[in-house]
Design a protein around this ligand. Structure first.
Ligand code: SF4
Ligand code: SF4
Ligand code: SF4
Length: 333
């Protein structure tokens, strides 16, 4: 069986996606049998030159993880596209902009100033900020510039397949290995645009019982629950869970631990905007029977109890949200 040429490139990443691949334990040996690594700088001694020197489409499968945050990320993504027959967006950051895209929110304060100067924990008396160029032996080198926004890979290059998750869970990576095996043996690939994860919602695979009618009076944090019912859905217990709008595929990794889902697998195909879908679903659950008697002020008070609405409803998908699309027309790439 001919080995598959594989490249794993990265952008604005925490490298958790690389660790997830290594988390395969002994299965990683199957990967080494199946592929020839042409580029994986996190795990092996590769430089960008090694990717640039390859012939166009010499890489069979190019995997990219991390968001597009710098001019260098754009460059790497475009080289990967040029060198690869198919490109896979791997992880929530590459799929939806992920956590880095939370910074795309139009804050009153300039994000760059906030991070490098004003954040309370910052000790930077000389206001040092990242250089845009550096001189080495009289040679001026331009350094990667930080883009105004962090974006999903698909905003920059054509993407063939999507593997969501923060990071993608081992069973999903095993599915990717199966796809690679079929590709190596028969040259067959799934239809373009396929998402390698579940098609249903997380609620469909979560083991908790969801009552037919759910209502609750206030949002609480798991640590505030006096006695958690381990079998009952988290929503009627007052804990926000994005399961109804989130794609299945993790087997309820968080909900099993009494923690509400934050949606790292992104929305299902039917959902256009992950956060909006959940906000509308959850507000409709709020004390349904008494809603008419509840004043707007009372409802506001309940909603105000959500400590971080952006991080709760868009933790991984803000870069793909309709709200972001509406205000991002002026973004600079
Ligand atoms: S998807 Fe999660 S694990 Fe992967 S790079 Fe982004 S933050 Fe890290
Ligand atoms: S809302 Fe959350 S806890 Fe409830 S069934 Fe769905 S995934 Fe499970
Ligand atoms: S429960 Fe939600 S946040 Fe947790 S791993 Fe699954 S999809 Fe991701």
């Amino acid at each position: 069986m001919k080995k598959i040429n594989l490249a794993i490139a990265l952008g604005a990443t925490c490298a958790g996606c690389d660790v997830a691949i290594l988390d395969l334990n002994e299965k990683i040996l199957e990967v080494f049998d199946l592929v020839e690594f042409k580029f994986w700088p996190t795990a092996m001694d590769f430089k960008l030159d090694d990717l640039e020197k390859l012939k166009d489409k010499e890489v069979d499968v190019g995997i990219y993880h991390g968001a597009i945050r710098t001019t260098e990320d754009v460059k790497i993504a475009k080289i990967l596209r040029q060198k690869s027959k198919v490109v896979v967006a791997f992880g929530a950051c590459a799929n939806f902009g992920g956590i880095p895209s939370l910074a795309n929110m139009p804050y009153e304060q300039n994000m760059f100033d906030l991070v490098y100067k004003d954040v309370p924990s910052m000790d930077n008396p000389e206001n040092t900020v990242p250089l845009t160029s550096v001189k080495i032996d009289d040679v001026e080198l331009t350094l990667p510039g930080i883009l105004e926004n962090a974006d999903a890979l698909e905003e920059i290059i054509d993407v063939d397949y999507f593997v969501p998750g923060c990071p993608p869970m081992v069973p999903l990576i095993e599915q990717v290995i199966e796809v690679l095996k079929v590709f190596a043996k028969k040259g067959e690939l799934p239809p373009k645009g396929a998402v390698i994860a579940g098609t249903k919602t997380l609620c469909d695979e979560c083991g908790r019982t969801k009552p037919e009618k759910i209502s609750f009076k206030e949002f609480i944090s798991p640590q505030e629950v006096e006695e958690m019912d381990p079998d009952l859905c988290l929503l009627p217990q007052g804990i926000i869970c994005l399961g109804p709008a989130t794609r299945a595929g993790c087997d309820g990794l968080c909900t099993k631990m009494n923690v509400g889902c934050r949606g790292c697998l992104g929305p299902t195909d039917k959902v256009k905007d992950h956060g909006l879908k959940m906000i509308s679903a959850i507000t409709s659950l709020l004390e349904v029977d008494e809603e008419e008697e509840m004043t707007e002020e009372q409802l506001d008070k309940i909603v105000e109890k959500i400590p971080d609405p952006l991080g709760t409803f868009y933790r991984f998908t803000y870069g793909k949200s309709l709200i972001y699309k509406l205000h991002s027309e002026e973004k600079v790439i």
